[in-house]
Design a binder for this molecule. Structure first.
Ligand SMILES: *[C@@H]1O[C@H](CO)[C@@H](O)[C@H](O)[C@H]1NC(C)=O
Ligand SMILES: *[C@@H]1O[C@H](CO)[C@@H](O)[C@H](O)[C@H]1NC(C)=O
Ligand SMILES: *[C@@H]1O[C@H](CO)[C@@H](O)[C@H](O)[C@H]1NC(C)=O
Ligand SMILES: *[C@@H]1O[C@H](CO)[C@@H](O)[C@H](O)[C@H]1NC(C)=O
Ligand SMILES: *[C@@H]1O[C@H](CO)[C@@H](O)[C@H](O)[C@H]1NC(C)=O
Ligand SMILES: *[C@@H]1O[C@H](CO)[C@@H](O)[C@H](O)[C@H]1NC(C)=O
Length: 526
């Protein structure tokens, strides 16, 4: 799914799709803005293997690893709850804003709570091993990850805080967005006797192999003339590909400044970057939009206003006629402006100029050596989880208009998995992700007491969330609360500005609902 945890603020300079962290969960500019404000890092000795009897983890280990966390007791008063923000697919620092201005700050202030962020195993500095071979990655599974949450809640000691705040004596309430939202739901369901409750925001609880619906909100809500132009250009390119017109395809690649890019799917991925995916992308997309101007990325709007610019010079618009001879004389409306944007904004990210390579920022993914590098990284850990459990490969739709070329199918992403994770001695990946690891927790029939689901109806990940278009109608109750934010994006409720009154109303109402929900739960313990 998901989701280069999308750290677009960083991405813009990171380059190559495949070298980027997976894009599920954008924190964008907030990351850089908040890097300065630090918390003291602590660690807990966490068992690497919580399941000494499961054949899945043979041969077992009794070792522990140092798992990092930070906490904020600014608002804490004895008797208050603990809010555990689930770190998900990124390092701790990129989550600090949740304690400072975001949802945890909001909930702590409302209920005298203490906030803590736990770094996900195999991210940041919470790696059990020095490298990430296929064997070493065997303990990067959903069940081990959520067992960390329960163990942490039972064993953590907060330095400088009087009293014992461990679960279940103290109510622990989890919060996670995106992948971490799913982990929140799985944790509360599995360890309901330890963890008091949770809020799963845009929790991607439904695993699928192919996920063409990622593009649906863009297709539906993007500027319609821009979207229609992309759809028509994509159709025309697909016709050339179907006709195997290699001469025309080469001319097309050159129009985009991507002449040397040999694999057609790499070309398809690169011209899709302004829209997003598959898996990674170097600039902001629909997913990186945000309700607060300081947190948003305007890249997507800039892209569309370039594509539809009615004042573009003739030197650019004349390009629309270059390939007309291949389409019965019909011009390729807006091709010149689309290609001009890619040439200006995307192509220069390949700093070495080796377009057809996996150099940082460049556009090839066809390099087994590159994927086989076992150096620890968020991108590698995220790819592993995608390849083994999560899936949701971004592909072109089977029918109807498309924003990406139809050569982008499951095999393209699966190839990266196969290259990255060759058979180990003890562990090997399945030919495609085993979706059961995820879906057996409940899938779209998910239910657990004091577990709230909150989603956004314009989120690219909506259809793998609780409020998916494929899910039955949802009804809320205090024990099983749910909320769909009208016009909301990917876990937009996690962001805040330390002034609820100053928020736009559709976000303010969601935050007030979250406060009421948590207060009602806590009242039942009194
Ligand atoms: C991992 O790296 C650390 C620090 O460089 C080193 O002390 C340790 O021996 C290494 N462990 C293994 C198993 O190689
Ligand atoms: C905190 O309380 C729990 C449950 O009573 C207990 O198991 C645990 O050992 C205590 N932790 C500390 C550090 O005293
Ligand atoms: C085109 O995109 C660039 C880069 O994002 C942006 O600075 C510029 O304003 C856009 N131009 C138009 C006409 O929208
Ligand atoms: C393939 O990857 C290796 C390892 O990262 C790198 O040294 C090499 O330059 C890459 N080759 C191409 C053509 O990208
Ligand atoms: C897929 O996962 C399920 C449990 O989640 C397991 O029972 C099954 O053996 C797995 N299949 C493969 C091929 O690993
Ligand atoms: C919060 O926002 C409201 C509405 O915009 C504004 O009137 C108020 O001054 C803000 N409060 C703070 C502390 O910034």
């Amino acid at each position: 799914m998901r989701f280069f945890l999308s750290i677009p603020g960083l991405v813009a300079f990171a380059g190559l799709a495949s070298s980027l962290p997976p894009r599920k969960d954008a924190e964008m500019s907030i990351v850089r803005r908040q890097e300065a404000a630090a918390y003291e890092y602590h660690t807990i000795d966490q068992p690497i293997d919580h399941f000494p009897h499961s054949p899945r983890y043979e041969p077992h280990t009794k070792d522990t690893f140092k798992q990092r966390y930070v906490f904020d007791s600014t608002y804490y008063k004895p008797g208050g709850p603990v809010y555990l923000y689930i770190g998900g697919e990124t390092d701790l620092a990129s989550r600090f804003s949740n304690l400072q201005t975001g949802i945890i700050q909001i909930l702590m202030e409302a209920t005298n709570g203490l906030g803590v962020i736990l770094e996900n195993r195999y991210y940041g500095e919470s790696y059990p091993f020095n490298t990430s071979t296929t064997d070493e990655l065997a303990y990067l599974t959903t069940e081990q990850t959520i067992a960390d949450n329960a163990y942490f809640a039972q064993h953590v000691v907060f330095p400088g805080i009087n009293g014992n705040l461990s679960a279940p004596e103290t109510p622990w309430i989890l919060y996670g967005g995106s992948l971490a939202g799913a982990q929140t739901a799985f944790s509360v369901k599995t360890y309901g006797d330890i963890l008091f409750g949770g809020i799963a925001s845009s929790g991607v609880i439904h695993a699928v192999l192919a996920y063409p619906q990622w593009y649906d909100p863009i297709q539906k809500f993007g500027p319609s003339d821009c979207i229609a132009s992309i759809n028509k250009i994509v159709d025309k390119i697909d016709q050339l590909i179907q006709a195997k017109n290699t001469k025309a395809i080469q001319e097309l690649k050159e129009i985009f400044g991507l002449g040397p890019l040999s694999d057609l799917r790499d070309f398809a991925m690169t011209i899709a970057f302004p829209l997003g995916g598959p898996m990674n992308y170097p600039t902001g997309t629909w997913q990186e939009l945000n309700w607060w101007p300081a947190y948003t990325s305007n890249d997507f709007w800039n892209f569309c206003s370039n594509v539809t610019n009615i004042d573009a010079p003739e030197s650019i618009t004349s390009v629309d006629y270059k390939l007309a001879p291949y389409t019965g004389g019909e011009p390729w409306t807006d091709l010149g402006k689309y290609a001009d944007y890619v040439k200006k904004v995307i192509v220069p990210l390949c700093l070495s100029g080796r377009i057809d390579s996996t150099d940082p920022g460049c556009f090839s993914t066809q390099n087994e050596t590159f994927y086989a590098d076992v150096t620890n990284s968020a991108a590698r850990s995220y790819l592993y989880s995608t390849c083994t459990e999560q899936g949701a490969y971004q592909v072109a739709p089977a029918y109807g208009p498309s924003l990406i070329l139809r050569v982008l199918q499951v095999d393209y992403t699966q190839q990266w998995c196969t290259w990255a994770f060759p058979h180990g001695k003890f562990n090997s990946i399945t030919p495609t992700p085993n979706l059961t690891w995820y879906n057996h927790y409940g899938d779209l029939n998910f239910k657990a007491d004091r577990l709230a689901f909150i989603d956004g109806n314009q989120d690219v990940w909506l259809d793998v969330c609780y409020h998916s278009n494929d899910a039955p109608p949802r009804f809320t109750s205090d024990l099983h609360p749910e909320y769909l934010i009208e016009s909301g994006g990917h876990h937009w409720d996690s962001y805040g500005i330390k002034n609820i009154t100053g928020e736009p109303q559709f976000i303010r109402e969601a935050h007030l609902w979250e406060i009421r929900t948590v207060k009602k739960w806590l009242a039942t313990r009194k």
